[in-house]
Design a protein. Structure first.
Length: 389
């Protein structure tokens, strides 16, 4: 069979000399003795996606359990019998210049008595008591408390806290002994005549406070008496609390009904009408501080906001609030709130302290209140900004 030209060309190309054959053979032997290269198979992308999803689900399940273990000590953790100082500091961090007066241990925790300064009026002392519950996990944040301001009271202050939870240590009645003549405080139930002794606490700076845990009910009237060293009663007040708001805070019920008799005299009413037309302090020079305070209360009742502002002091060395700011931020006050706060001021007593003074009076609920006033440069009396806390 006749070969094609292509085949003949190929046949000629594979014709090698002996030397060339030896060289080719060496290369073949070299390749045969070398370990073959193993090529790794590429892992499919979907494998990685599935693995990542599984890991994410696992972490979502595991992380809450890890954090819960961090937040909750085990049952074997021993909680200190006394509130640690750093924990107590956390609870009082928002109270300016606080001072711990006393810590009373109770069955389910402790009641902390302390004072602090009012943020708006730095010279006003607030007296407070709060219940701190002890659990196997530590000392909880307070959920029951009560407080009141010391504003020109001259004898005794008082506050009532009733229980809102089953394990509460309340009811509690507490306050400050202000008069140096009062050495002891005694409570007496009006209906049963039962006498209840109180505990006395002295702070680091020598101030005196009192408290008692008692079974007095919110709607039960009781008397508070201030006693001298020999047991003589020099201060008494009838007090009645009623069921009120949340957090153990309660409204006082009327114990001084004559305070309801608030009203302007003919002379005061005439000046009031003049001031509504044009405010001139010359009209106030002939009025007593109590009369001026009554005009302020009447303007509050009538919702005469601009007129009410004019009764405040102009003295630059006293606290000032800009009129526009005052009118824009002034909230709505109900007649009931005004009545509860100011009625009784008409029967009060003014205490002149020179450039300033205050009216002490007993409100509808038997509470002693103080209403601060300032003497102006022209000799008239004006109302102090935020006269009552």
């Amino acid at each position: 069979m006749k070969q094609s030209n292509d085949f003949q060309s190929l046949n000629e190309k594979i014709t090698m000399t002996d030397k060339e054959r030896e060289k080719v053979q060496e290369q073949i032997n070299l390749r045969m003795n070398t370990s073959p290269e193993i090529r790794k198979a590429t892992t499919p992308r979907k494998y990685y996606v599935a693995l990542g999803a599984a890991a994410l689900i696992f972490m979502l399940i595991l992380l809450p359990a890890i954090f819960n273990n961090f937040e909750k000590p085990s049952d074997s953790v021993v909680v200190a019998d006394v509130i640690p100082a750093e924990r107590l500091e956390e609870m009082l961090i928002h109270y300016d210049n606080n001072e711990i007066i006393h810590i009373e241990e109770v069955e389910s925790g402790a009641v902390v008595f302390f004072t602090y300064q009012n943020k708006k009026e730095k010279n006003i002392e607030m007296v407070s008591a709060m219940f701190v519950k002890k659990t196997k996990y530590g000392w909880e944040d307070p959920t029951e408390s009560g407080e009141h301001a010391i504003i020109d009271q001259t004898d005794i202050s008082h506050e009532f806290i009733s229980p809102i939870k089953e394990d509460s240590p309340f009811p509690l009645i507490f306050g400050k002994i202000i008069s140096s003549d009062i050495q002891e405080v005694l409570l007496k139930k009006v209906e049963t005549k039962q006498e209840i002794k109180t505990e006395k606490v002295i702070s680091k700076n020598g101030e005196r406070y009192w408290f008692t845990f008692t079974d007095i009910k919110p709607d039960e009237m009781f008397e508070i008496h201030g006693l001298t060293r020999d047991g003589q009663v020099i201060y008494s007040i009838d007090t009645l609390y009623g069921n009120g708001g949340s957090g153990g805070s309660h409204e006082l019920l009327e114990a001084n009904p004559i305070a309801e008799n608030f009203g302007l005299t003919a002379e005061e009413l005439e000046v009031y009408e003049l001031l509504k037309t044009e405010f001139d302090t010359q009209h106030l020079l002939a009025l007593s501080p109590i009369s001026i305070a009554k005009l302020y209360v009447q303007a509050t009742l009538d919702d005469e906001r601009e007129l009410r502002y004019e009764f405040y002091t102009d003295r630059q060395d006293m606290m000032q609030i800009d009129k526009e700011e005052y009118l824009s931020e002034m909230g709505n006050t109900t007649p009931e709130q005004i009545r509860d706060t100011f009625f009784g001021i008409q029967d009060g007593v003014f205490h002149d302290q020179g450039d300033s003074g205050y009216i002490s009076y007993t409100n509808l609920y038997g509470q002693e209140r103080g209403f601060s006033m300032v003497k102006e440069e022209d000799g008239s009396w004006a109302v102090s900004f935020m006269p009552i806390q």
